[in-house]
Ligand binder design. Structure first.
Ligand SMILES: [Zn+2]
Length: 292
């Protein structure tokens, strides 16, 4: 697999062939479960396309054993990861942990992850419950906090808490120096307003309404393959990278073992390519189709 950079030159070689003939990924403890993803990635390769992916982790405030394990996974496999930090709670221990992990970038997870919706409504910090200037002023404070803590590792991309944001504020985000927006689910459009690129996460590894545990390798791989398939078949925006969403604080051992196996597997597949936030949220569209 490739990471960020120009398309590889030798992509004319078909990546197909039976799954049985492919070497198994090292540490792949659920090899049968990976077949669904292998078949989908093979199809991308046979179409001369690169299956772009990205990794977003939410709710970071300070260092913890779970955060260290997550960052170690990204570092060992050299996979870019976007850490969505909560400005009001982010501290210098988080900055130190990020500094130790070169593939990590920091994006802005709202301001305080505070719910401003009335009882009975779904939780939201950036809903229309407060004025646009009030919310923008808060986001401005948060952006400057993260910039001071993380310097060049901070990329001005907004991840709204609970993945919810009211439409009234979206148009103001570029003026608040935010160039990216990331929620959950297939995006409707790449640039909801001029100067703002949206790229969402699509596969949440946690079953929040069930037991807040890992959804399991089979479900995770099926969901990854499903979004990739939708992109390939034109049912979703082919240029939106497929986003894996984690929350390190509730990642259990099974989830970490899966992430490790997934990184190994994707590294070994020639049609898969991780993207970092700088590439995803740049002004120029990123193409999934190899150029030459
Ligand atoms: Zn959150």
């Amino acid at each position: 697999m490739r990471r960020e950079g120009p398309p590889r030159a030798s992509n004319s070689a078909p990546t197909g062939g039976s799954e049985a003939a492919k070497p198994r990924a090292r540490g792949d403890h659920t090899s049968a479960a990976f077949d669904v993803l292998a078949r989908e990635l093979d199809a991308w390769g046979e179409n001369g396309m690169r299956a772009t992916l990205w990794w977003r982790d939410d709710d970071a405030e300070r260092d913890s054993p779970q955060l260290r394990r997550l960052l170690a996974t990204a570092r060992v496999h050299r996979v870019p990861i976007a850490i969505a930090a909560i400005p009001a709670g982010a501290d210098c221990t988080l900055a130190a942990a990020i500094a130790d992990c070169p593939p990590a970038s920091v994006v802005q997870h709202g301001y305080a992850h505070a719910n401003h919706a009335p009882p009975g409504e779904r939780s939201a910090e950036l809903g229309a419950h407060r004025s646009v200037p009030e919310r923008i002023a808060e986001l401005d404070r948060g952006r400057e906090t993260l910039r001071a803590l993380f310097a060049h590792r901070f990329v001005p991309v907004l991840v709204p808490p609970w993945n919810r944001i009211a439409g009234d504020i979206v148009g103001a985000l570029p003026r608040a120096e935010l160039r990216g927006l990331s929620c959950f689910g297939a995006r409707a459009t790449r640039e909801p307003v001029r100067g703002l690129v949206q790229a969402n996460a699509h596969v949440d590894l946690i079953a929040w309404r069930r037991d807040r545990r890992f959804i399991g390798a089979a479900a995770a791989l099926e969901r990854l393959a499903a979004h990739l398939r939708a992109r390939r078949e034109g049912e979703a925006d082919a240029s939106e990278p497929t986003g894996i969403l984690t929350h390190h604080l509730v990642c259990d051992d099974d989830a970490f073992v899966f992430l490790d196996a997934c990184c190994v597997f994707l590294h070994d597949h020639p049609a898969a390519a991780w993207l970092g936030v700088d590439a995803i949220f740049s002004a120029l569209p990123f193409t999934s189709v190899r150029s030459a």
